[in-house]
Design a protein around this ligand. Structure first.
Ligand SMILES: Cc1cc2nc3c(=O)[nH]c(=O)nc-3n(C[C@H](O)[C@H](O)[C@H](O)COP(=O)(O)O)c2cc1C
Length: 266
């Protein structure tokens, strides 16, 4: 029985959930960073159980996850499950995953959301205060156990979240606003406390940051995962003025090296 879990993660929540699921599933599980495979045109998968874990971005799944699923070539009909981590609003991401698999003639049997500490600092978003973070991390353990049980028993259920016209519209507006008006990718800057350590460049899952002699330089492939901003050991990175004085976050059990390992860029 072969189980493979593909993950994408900016601040470690989704990686921590993937790792915890793997432990709960007991069978040998291969955990694979999907960002490292993006250069391949076609990704052949041979697994009996196939899982995906990624964050919710703007009420849906990140574009890189959609592209990855589009490249998959499945030679059988594995038991497929997806998990989105979120800050209380999973939106339509699991419905989007479900549709992507149906287009491939496959069926996603289970789609679950895990409430985790939030990491968005875009616009009006704040990360959660420490007591909310602890509560969410504690509660997530039971949610992960429940999902693992469902996978072990090969359960089938409708995706969690909602795909209502209102959510679709909000998701579209949020993505358009960020991409065309707010444009965080052009708005990162470092303060004087930047030590040129290069952590931001290492943790970027798509290699979008050049460490540069006078400080990091961002390219135009930003996925808005905010790994650079949250993993900076000196909190020296700001995005517009919006992030000044706001709490940073990364999952307490995940390291910057683990996030860096997912890119396969360096
Ligand atoms: C750009 C961006 C958009 C986000 N949008 C949502 C959202 O629509 N709903 C939600 O519940 N959480 C949202 N979040 C929070 C993340 O989904 C959540 O913190 C997730 O667990 C982060 O996972 P990671 O640490 O694996 O990157 C967003 C985060 C970012 C960076």
């Amino acid at each position: 029985m072969k189980t493979t879990i593909y993950y994408f993660s900016g601040t470690g929540n989704s990686l921590a959930v993937a790792a915890a699921l793997a432990r709960e599933l007991q069978d040998p599980v291969e955990i694979v960073p999907l960002a490292a495979r993006m250069k391949q045109r076609r990704i052949e998968v041979r697994a009996d159980v196939l899982g995906f874990v990624c964050p919710t971005h703007f009420l849906t799944i990140p574009g890189i996850v959609k592209s990855f699923v589009g490249k998959l070539s499945l030679d059988s009909a594995p038991y497929i499950f997806s998990v989105v981590t979120c800050n209380s609003q999973p939106g339509r991401g699991l419905f989007v995953m479900d549709r992507l698999f149906r287009r491939k003639g496959q069926s996603m049997k289970l789609g679950c959301a895990v409430d985790m500490p939030g990491n968005s600092l875009i616009g009006m978003d704040f990360t959660n205060p420490p007591e909310v973070r602890s509560e969410r991390l504690n509660n997530s353990r039971e949610t992960i156990r429940r999902i693992a049980r469902a996978v072990r028993e090969r359960q089938a259920s409708a995706p969690e979240g909602t795909d209502s016209p209102g959510v679709r519209l909000r998701s579209l507006l949020m993505r358009s606003f960020v991409r065309h008006i707010y444009r965080p990718a052009g708005a990162f800057r470092t303060g004087e406390s930047c030590s040129r350590c290069g952590t931001c460049a290492r943790v970027c899952p798509v290699g979008n940051i050049a460490p540069g002699e006078s400080g990091p330089e961002w390219g135009d492939k930003c996925l808005y995962c905010l790994a650079c901003l949250h993993w900076c050991p000196r909190h020296a990175i700001e995005m517009k003025r919006d992030t000044v004085g706001r709490l940073r976050y990364h999952h307490p059990d995940i390291t910057a090296d683990q996030i860096a390992a997912q890119s396969g860029v360096r």
